[in-house]
Write a protein that binds this ligand. Structure first.
Ligand code: FAD
Length: 488
């Protein structure tokens, strides 16, 4: 039987929306692999919220706008910071255990935050704790059914309306939510799990939805760089607690690049590391935590400590090899403040969506918050607006993807990565053009084309041929099915 609501994605955004929808009908939540495999599960550092005694939503708002480098949607940022405190209280009521100092919530500081406002759980397992809480809540509601290992390959759309999705077979619904997460796995080096191939963006684009600001990809400076191991993230919080970056010669180099040194903004650190790797012909730099007292790394960052140990590195006695990796997509499927896309019946939330809260660069720890706040808002809008009963109509074939003939991840990494040029971007777009039936290739192609059109450097988008910000580009890129890019 078809559900009333189809939620594609079981990360924080999808789960939060499902809880909202459960009182209005049957909800089916699907995940590409296991229900746990998502970026949410791997989020370490924390969730930002203006809740501490010396903080205010206005300060959180200012910091977010500053990080976004001129491209944030002010109304979306306001919504995020204003609804944040209630969203966190709700998580606590549902059983989320954030770390505390005594009886009070413990807030830490991360890069570009003017206050200590980042809540964490079990030291460095914040996303897992929030996802676990939401899953437990959702699983307790009768109306919600889960299906794992259920990759959606296409949205079902007729006359500009979305009425379901292809999931080995057509599944109709009164409304569909894309909560498919990010697109880091389109790049060779990424902190994201393999499921993060931007499927939501690709499916929405093919169905006729508007894709916004897709060229803005945040690269995290410090992913573990061990041959054959996944690019596990070594959180910024490590540098916040005193970890130092050193190049292949053992020299601390960040002071040469930025007055904030090791705590400079993420994109600055990523570019500085890349420059040092090229200069010293080394495949990585080092993150050094050896000067901290014994037992600290293990106690404050248990998951990071254990993971490094698994790959043969004891953070308390050895420096860890690190290099940048694709981490977070600021752009995505364009939505309004209630998750509505331009297609009736189709909603998006979380990293797959572009609400405009992150602009050209995301403030650390704002994305988990975005997932819970806008997941709830999208769920509410779907509940109130979806009148029509779902059902079968003319069904396109599911179109199983063809075998991969180009190395999309290498092309994206080399030509659409941390440092971009017109030549590289054109090269990437040309190579990918014949392979747009593949989600990864389509997403990388959209990134290449929008990055080529944006002839400036802003936020996380850096072009050596246009190294400055340009006023005429203080606009969003919008791209739709005809492939034309519009700046607005
Ligand atoms: C290593 C790491 C650390 C991070 N640390 C932080 C942090 O400290 N603080 C912070 O705020 N943010 C952090 N982030 C970012 C944050 O985790 C994500 O932006 C956020 O969790 C995204 O949530 P989501 O619900 O949108 O998507 P996800 O949690 O990624 O969930 C996506 C879901 O969609 C499903 N899916 C995808 N494609 C399909 C398909 N075709 N069919 C069916 N299902 C599909 C997946 O299976 C998955 O269930 C981190 C990210 C990573 C990778």
């Amino acid at each position: 039987m078809n559900p009333d609501f189809l939620v594609i994605g079981a990360g924080v955004a999808g789960l939060r929306a499902a809880i909202e929808l459960a009182e209005a009908g049957r909800v089916l939540v699907v995940a590409k692999e296991s229900l746990q495999e998502s970026s949410s599960e791997y989020a370490q550092g924390g969730i930002a919220v203006a809740l501490s005694d010396d903080d205010e939503v206005e300060l959180h708002e200012q910091d977010t706008l500053y990080a976004g480098d001129g491209l944030c949607d002010r109304a979306a940022v306001r919504k995020l910071v204003e609804e944040g405190p209630a969203a966190i209280q709700e998580l606590i009521e549902w059983g989320a255990e954030f770390d505390r100092e005594g009886s009070k919530l413990a807030f830490t500081r991360e890069g570009a935050h003017s206050r200590n406002r980042v809540l964490h759980a079990h030291g460095d397992s914040t996303g897992r704790e929030i996802a676990r809480t939401l899953y437990r809540k959702a699983a307790s509601l009768e109306n919600i059914t889960f299906r794992s290992h259920a990759a959606t390959t296409e949205l079902l759309e007729s006359d500009g309306e979305v009425w379901g999705a292809w999931l080995h077979e057509p599944v109709g619904a009164r409304a569909v939510l894309l909560a498919t997460g990010g697109l880091g796995a389109v790049f060779l080096n990424t902190t994201n799990p393999d499921v993060a191939t931007g499927d939501g963006v690709a499916m929405a684009y093919r169905a006729g939805a508007v894709i916004e600001d897709i060229e803005f990809v945040q690269f995290h400076p410090t992913a573990l760089h061990v041959e054959g191991a996944p690019r596990f993230l070594l959180s910024e919080a490590l540098r916040g607690e005193g970890a130092q970056l050193r190049n292949a010669g053992g020299e601390r180099f960040m002071e040469r690049y930025h007055p904030l040194g090791d705590l400079a903004p993420r994109d600055v650190v990523s570019r500085a590391i890349t420059a040092e790797m090229i200069r010293t012909l080394a495949p990585h730099v080092w993150l050094d935590f050896r000067h901290k007292e014994r037992g600290f790394a293990r106690a404050r960052f248990p998951r990071i400590y254990e993971t490094c140990l698994r790959y043969g590195i004891d953070l308390e006695t050895e420096a860890a090899p690190v290099a940048p990796a694709a981490h977070y997509a600021m752009g995505g499927v364009k939505t309004d403040l209630h998750g509505r896309t331009n297609l009736p019946g189709l909603y998006a939330a979380g990293e797959a969506a572009c609400t405009g809260v992150h602009g050209a660069n995301r403030l650390a720890s704002n994305s988990l918050l975005e997932g819970v706040v806008f997941g709830a808002l999208a769920g509410r809008a779907m509940r109130e607006e979806a009148g029509r009963a779902g059902g079968s109509r003319g069904v396109p074939s599911g179109g199983e993807p063809q075998g991969m003939e180009v190395d999309v991840r290498r092309i994206a990494w080399e030509d659409c990565g941390i440092v971009r040029t017109a030549e590289g971007l054109k090269h990437a777009a040309g190579l990918l053009e014949g392979h747009l039936d593949r989600n990864e290739a389509l997403v990388a192609w959209l990134i290449a084309r929008c990055a080529l059109a944006r002839e400036e450097s802003r936020g996380a988008h850096f072009r050596t041929d246009f190294p400055e910000k340009r006023a005429e580009f203080e606009k969003h890129t919008l791209v739709r099915r005809d492939g034309n890019i519009e700046f607005r």
